[in-house]
Write a protein that binds this ligand. Sequence first.
Ligand SMILES: [Zn+2]
Ligand SMILES: [Zn+2]
Length: 362
Amino acid sequence: MLKRKGIAIILFAVIIVLGSLILKFQEISIKADDKNSIQDYKIKKKRISNMTDNELTIFLSGYTSLYNSLDEQKKQLMFRYFKSRIDQFDSYGKTDVPYSYTLYISFAKEIDEAVKLYYGEEYTLLNTYSPDYIYRDLPQYNELVYASSELINYNCYAYAVDRTLYAIEPGFSFNNNSLDIQNETALSLATYVKTDLQSSYFNKNCVKITTICPTDSIFTEGKSAICVRMGIDANNDPAYHFMKLQSDGWYHKPGLGGILRYLQPLSSSAIWNGEYYSIIYGMWMVDSVVYSGTIYYIIYKSNHAYQWIYTGNNYHSGHYHYYQKRKICPDCGTIDETIYEKVPCSGPPCPNVIGKGFINYE
Ligand SMILES: [Zn+2]
Ligand SMILES: [Zn+2]
C-alpha cells in the first residue's frame, strides 16, 4: 500500500515537471510569435511589399489622388517607379527621389502620406530599411559639396539655373511643369531650357546650345554654362539630369539629394551613373539610372554681342553694287537683321570690289 502511494507520488511529480516544461515551451513559443509579429509590424493588413500588382494598383488608386488623375501611360510609369522602390516605402514610409522629373517628386510625396495612412501609427516601426545598393564606402565619381534638409525642396534643373524655390522642369516658363518626359530627347530639353532662360524669369537673351564642352574661360566673357543629358533606369524609363559649370568643375544635384562636384571631365562617350548623396538617409547611394546619351551644353549671358558680317552675297544693278550684310551675334548665332548696302559701281564687270572691306559696318 505504501509502495503504491510512493509510485503515485512519483508519477504525479513527473506529470508536474512534464507539464511545466510543456507550459514553458508554450511560453517560449508565444514569445517567439510576439517577436515575429512585432518584426512583422503588428500589421493585420498585408504589407505593401507583399502585395500583388493588382493589389498595388488598388492601393495606389485608393490612397493617392494624383495617381487617379494620370493617363494610362503615366499611371504605368508611376506604378513602375513605385514598385521599384517599394522596399523603401514599406520599411521607411518614404523614399528618396534621385530623379529630377517633378512627377516622380509629387508622386513620392503622395505615397509618403499614403503609406502613413495605410499602416497607421505602426508605420514608425518600419524604420529598419537598409537597401543593399548603398555605397558603404566613399563615392566613386563625386564629392559632397553641401547637404542640408532644405535641398529636398528642389531638383537638378532648379539648382543648375539657380531658381531654387521648388522643383522645375525644362520648359516650366511655358509648360506649367507638365513635361512629358517619355516623349523628349536631351536636345528637345535643351531647347526648352533656352526658352526658359530667354523668358522674363531669367532675361538671358544670348543662349547657345552646343555639344562642345565649354571651359571656365567663358566666365571672363560674362557667360554661364549648364548641361543636360538623358538616361534610363532599370525599368527602361527615361530620366534627365543637369550639371552646371563652376570655376573648379561641374556641380550638380541629383533629384532631391545633396549638391555634388563631379570629379571627372565631362564627355558624351563616358556614362554618368546614379550616384547621389541621400539627404533622407544621410549616406551615399546609387540609383539604377545610367546616363549615356549626348550631353548638350547650354551657354548663356544677358545680352547678344551683335556684329555686322558680310555674307558673301552681292549683285550689280544700274550704277550700284549691292552687298548683303547681316547683324549677328557670333556667340549664339542669333540674326537681328539682314540688309543690302549699295555702293557706286561702274561695272559690270565689277573689278576689285568684292571682299575689299569697303562696306561701312556700323
Ligand atoms: Zn547671342
Ligand atoms: Zn558692280
